[in-house]
Design a protein around this ligand. Structure first.
Ligand code: AMP
Ligand code: ZN
Length: 472
């Protein structure tokens, strides 16, 4: 296995990656607050995490990943109250659009998507351990984490706690805090808000405790890699470390990777500036999902990515260079060309590609290697394509595309930008609805769904193990 280096925010240095278990990586990535449709900034972070996951597999690791869904939180509660629905009804469409957006950009589904509302018992258990060990205290109906009890608090962010103490405003529901720096683990219930029973009376968990409790449940007390966008580093990840390490007396995660933010036209995205785009906003303008994934993946994750429509158009042109070469390759006859030098070019490409990824996930350099190879293959096509060239080039590109997931136009056929196409999630839902209809012997409904799928270019095959589908 090739040595892979990552920039570890914990210690702020480039470090060779070694997992706890041989060939297996436990990965935790902070997921969305399902309050609204996610924006392209969130998607930049989720694509970085997808590339990380795929890169680990490319280097031979098996990955177990958990990404939480924050489905209870102040903004969600306020919006659900205003809409006069319960929080589950409020968050449901945002959970659905989150998975649709990921599928549209070919972000792989991970092993676990734990929801905060389904893990309150685990959070209560961890808070009890913190209380018993003196790291937490009760005040009014709430429980707070006592930062003064945690001697290495701040080790991730290097925060100066005296600065925090001076500037901070205490929220009205946190008056009971003994120290302005302390943070809430459990909030006592308020009239009209969702609540869960606990040893301290009814209430709900704070935000930070959810990731500590859920990462432990799915990945263990210590796991390999923890990720998020830079805004998560302080206070969220610092507080996760404080909670988990105080409760468990062992390190939480060994490597912390943070992606820089996406800006739009040089400015921070914000609703008031009108520059806060969702994937839907871009697809509605007819912009291809494939170009969006390419652009979001093309800048190194530790550099800010400034989104512009010009860059998206440039991404489309870059992809066309790849497609044009692949088209020529597919239609050019193989002859007695110089196959040794073609093999060399393919080896050079594969080595440069792997070296770029092993160097802290340098996707920009990895794409650079792709284009050097595209240029070289065009040269072979111009001067005579040797026997076996097609298979060799395709195999090299396919291996690279296990990580990038943008190099093969065929894989994007029927993606949302094609117009009238169904997303994978929509097809899954229709295939499942058809199976249900067949199981209840409603064959007319089942046939209607099959027709709808076939119009969208989807072929359904019924096998003894159930129905499966492919795009025609
Ligand atoms: P949230 O739903 O706000 O908790 O965000 C989900 C993920 O998106 C977190 O990892 C955030 O750090 C990340 N994120 C939020 N805004 C941006 C942005 N403008 N650019 C990149 N990542 C972001
Ligand atoms: Zn988190």
């Amino acid at each position: 296995m090739k040595p892979v280096k990552f920039f570890n925010s914990l210690g702020r240095r480039l470090q060779e990656f070694e997992p706890l278990e041989p060939a297996h990586v436990g990965l935790y990535t902070c997921g969305p607050t399902v309050y609204d449709r996610i924006h392209i900034g969130n998607l930049r972070t989720f694509i970085f995490e997808d590339i990380l996951r795929r890169t680990l597999r490319f280097f031979g690791y098996r990955v177990t990943q958990a990404m939480n869904l924050t489905d209870v939180e102040d903004k969600i509660i306020a919006a659900a109250l205003e809409a006069e629905v319960d929080i589950d009804a409020f968050t449901a469409p945002h959970v659905e659009s989150f998975f649709e957006d990921l599928a549209a950009l070919r972000v792989e589904r991970v092993e676990h998507y734990p929801r905060a509302t389904e893990h309150v018992a685990e959070m209560i258990a961890m808070i009890e351990r913190l209380l018993a060990a003196g790291y937490a205290y009760r005040a009014d109906d709430s429980v707070f984490f006592r930062i003064a009890a945690d001697h290495d608090y701040g080790k991730l962010s290097g925060i100066d706690l005296d600065q925090v103490r001076r500037g901070q405003r205490v929220q009205s529901d946190e008056y009971g805090k003994q120290d302005a720096r302390d943070f809430v683990l459990w909030k006592g219930a308020k009239e009209g808000e969702p609540e869960w029973p606990s040893p301290w009376g009814p209430g709900r968990p704070g935000w930070h405790i959810e990731c500590s409790a859920m990462s432990q449940k799915y990945l263990g007390k210590t796991f390999d890699i923890h990720c998020g966008g830079v805004d998560n580093l302080f206070p969220h990840h610092e507080n996760e470390i404080a909670q988990s390490e105080s409760a468990n007396c062992c390190p939480l995660a060994r490597y912390w990777l943070h992606s820089e933010h996406l800006t739009v036209d040089g400015e921070k995205m914000s609703k008031s500036l009108g520059n806060c785009y969702t994937l839907g906003d871009l697809l509605d303008r007819g912009l291809p999902a494939r170009s969006i994934r390419y652009l979001l993946a093309s800048v190194h994750y530790r550099q800010q990515l400034d989104f512009t429509f010009d860059k998206l158009a440039e991404a489309g042109r870059a992809l066309k260079r790849i497609d044009d070469m692949r088209f020529r390759l597919a239609h050019e006859a193989e002859k007695d060309g110089d196959s040794a030098s073609l093999d060399l070019a393919a080896d050079d490409f594969e080595n440069a590609f792997a070296a770029a990824l092993a160097d802290d996930l340098n996707t920009a350099a990895a794409l650079g290697a792709v284009f050097t190879f595209v240029h070289a293959v065009n040269g072979f096509i111009d001067h005579g394509l040797p026997h076996g060239a097609r298979a060799r080039v395709q195999a090299a590109l396919d291996r690279a595309d296990q990580v990038l997931a943008v190099l093969d136009a065929g894989e994007w056929a029927g993606s949302p930008e094609a117009g009238g196409g169904l997303s994978d999630a929509e097809i899954d839902a229709l295939v499942e609805a058809r199976s249900d209809a067949r199981a209840s012997r409603n064959f007319a409904a089942a046939d209607r769904i099959r027709d709808q799928l076939s119009e969208a270019g989807v072929v359904v095959e019924d096998t003894p193990d159930g129905s499966r589908w492919k795009r025609a």
